[in-house]
Design a protein. Sequence first.
Length: 344
Amino acid sequence: MKERLEELKQEALQRVREAEDVKQLQEVRVAYLGKKGPITEVLRGMGKLSAEERPVIGQLANDVRGEIATAIDTKQEQLEKVALEAKLAEESIDVTLPGRPVQQGGPHLLTKLIEEIEDLFIGMGFEIAEGPEVEQDYYNFEALNLPKGHPARDMQDSFYITEDLLMRTHTSPVQARTMKNHEGRGPVKIICPGKVYRRDTDDATHSHQFTQIEGLYVDKNVRMSDLKGVLDTFAKKIFGQNREIRLRPSFFPFTEPSVEMDISCKICLGSGCSVCKQTGWIEILGAGMVHPNVLKMAGFDPKVYTGFAFGMGPERIAMLKYGVDDIRHFYTNDNRFLKQFHNA
Ligand code: DAH
């Protein structure tokens, strides 16, 4: 029995030495020290031994179990240490590697400019108004003094959806809608930024979809000089304090009189260059005094109320302000273009 125990011990220790991982070691533990293992087997046969031999063999069996258990524990610690070291080595972070930069986004140039213009007009007491992009013919044209068949409708080639519904060609219908909501009582002092649509062929200066900002101020005693003051403040804030504005007579069916506003050219400061086509002036927006018919149709009494309105294109303003030479840059989302304006 002694030899058998000695043999089992050597065998077990050999397997402990050979175990390559914790799992194999666990198998050795179960095989030699478990209830069904060979040592238990030996102990079971102790009944046949003499009374003197029994404690000796019992002691020996316990020693063998102890030695195997210790060997297993020691080996387990070793294996765990090796495994941990391997894992740490594998997961180690090389802090000297250059980092991967996180791309930072920013608002689109047009969004920023529109917000800047909004803030500026809010500062002058205007409120933001909105209207639908799919608009009724009535609000897009008729309520703006452009009855069916009016030749000026041709100036704005439209995307019609049905006979009475179209993609709005300008933000001016929001004027008519907002005035109507006021039920004939002023003041109405709004700007309406938004998308508009025209049946144009896209090129460097045309787009079938673009943005506009409409302005409207209706109250008692609103005069042309109020319009001029507001537009002058706008032009100086957006383009610089050294800019002058000039109002030229023009025509819009919804205003009378109508004007176009120019700003002095920033390149030549008014003396004439190729950007301003030698005129010293650059056209920025259309404006005028709200036509009495428009006031009337929206429920305002033109004998009591007067007002001014204006409409501008943020794309054009951005192109002039930042020297963008193609309107399509605003819509193609080339990050190399957009990124330039993140801190503008
Ligand atoms: N709606 C005009 C356009 O799209 C712009 C415009 C001109 C708006 C004069 C106005 C205005 O309110 O008074 O061309």
